[in-house]
Design a protein around this ligand. Structure first.
Ligand SMILES: [Fe+2]
Length: 322
């Protein structure tokens, strides 16, 4: 714990967020770019991974030159939201030196995103096994992480939401469940939550026998602070269920989404796919079948959104029925 941070933290000081009700969209994932017909879809929103477009920290430009035109084209077509995976947000180097502060903040401003979400990992400078290495869920880390979150949210100037993780082991020194950790961080920092339902599903599949509970998670986090929801798929192998994003959304997640939409009020539901050919019943689908599967999942998500919030509540339907 870093003492100078503590006196700055004033619990309950939540900025009033203006989170637009956008609707249902896709993550603009590099695995799909170039072949998936994004521009032909009635997407309410597109989630951009800042890590994939940012230029080198020691380079002259904010973005890779080749990515600029591509992103400008989709920005002209869809509302964009931002997501930061490898920003070093919660690592141990000074916040102002991180990719989040030096690249993701200006990217968020360039595209005027209404919010940014980040993944709760330490980052590339502290622990190389980024994806399966959760934060240490401890009281000391609540304070350290909340301070960094508050600084980053101030830099962004829009709500910053933290995504719950899928993981395959816990961090040594953890002393509380992830849901309690996240609830305390957002309370201290005045930040927000990005709820990944497939990450909950993954952790329940792997650790349910050891007491992990989706119901307890959802009963513990402040659902009113959830501003975006992720849906994805995965597969079993080597005795673990893996968060691979290479299948359709599993059936139980749809019921969970309906339940959460009735209890929370997110600005978007984002479907995540990270494969050029999805897997179904152990077989790889071809591109055409993969496209159909994604479009079918999108339609299902839109119907649940409309069930919860009405047929005119998405960015693509708000005006057309008048
Ligand atoms: Fe996610």
């Amino acid at each position: 714990m870093s003492a100078p941070f503590v006196h700055d933290l004033i619990p309950g000081r939540h900025p009033a967020a203006s989170v637009p009700k956008l609707g249902v969209g896709l993550q603009y994932n590099p695995a799909l770019i170039g072949w998936f017909p994004f521009l032909e879809q009635p997407l309410d929103v597109l989630e951009v991974l800042f890590d994939g477009v940012m230029g080198p920290l020691d380079g002259p430009g904010l973005m890779w030159p080749g990515k600029t035109n591509v992103l400008d084209a989709v920005a002209a077509r869809f509302p964009l939201i931002g997501h930061s995976n490898y920003g070093g947000d919660f690592g141990f180097s000074p916040v102002m030196s991180t990719a989040a502060a030096r690249r993701h903040v200006p990217l968020a401003k360039r595209y005027a995103v209404p919010w940014v979400s980040n993944h709760c990992f330490y980052g590339e400078e502290s622990w190389s096994d980024v994806w399966s290495s959760p934060l240490q869920f401890s009281q000391a880390e609540v304070i350290r992480v909340a301070e960094r979150a508050r600084v980053l949210q101030d830099l962004y100037g829009v709500p910053l939401a933290h995504e719950n993780a899928a993981y395959y082991r816990s961090c040594p020194g953890s002393a509380m469940p992830e849901e309690e950790f996240l609830a305390q961080v957002v309370e201290l920092a005045g930040t927000w939550l990005h709820l990944d339902l497939h990450n909950l599903y993954t952790n329940a599949a792997n650790f349910g026998a050891r007491g992990y509970s989706v119901e307890r998670f959802l009963a513990t986090i402040p659902l009113e602070r959830v501003i975006v929801i992720h849906m994805a798929g995965g597969r079993w192998f080597d005795a673990f269920y893996h968060d691979l994003h290479d299948t359709r959304v599993p059936e139980p997640l749809w019921e969970l989404l309906e339940n959460v939409l009735a209890r929370a009020s997110p600005g978007a539901v984002i479907l995540e796919y990270e494969a050029q050919e999805l897997v179904e019943d152990g077989q790889r689908l071809d591109r055409e079948a993969t496209t159909d599967a994604i479009l079918s999942d999108l339609e299902r998500a839109r119907s649940l959104w409309d069930l919860a919030y009405g047929p005119r509540s998405r960015s693509t339907t708000r005006f057309e029925l008048r």
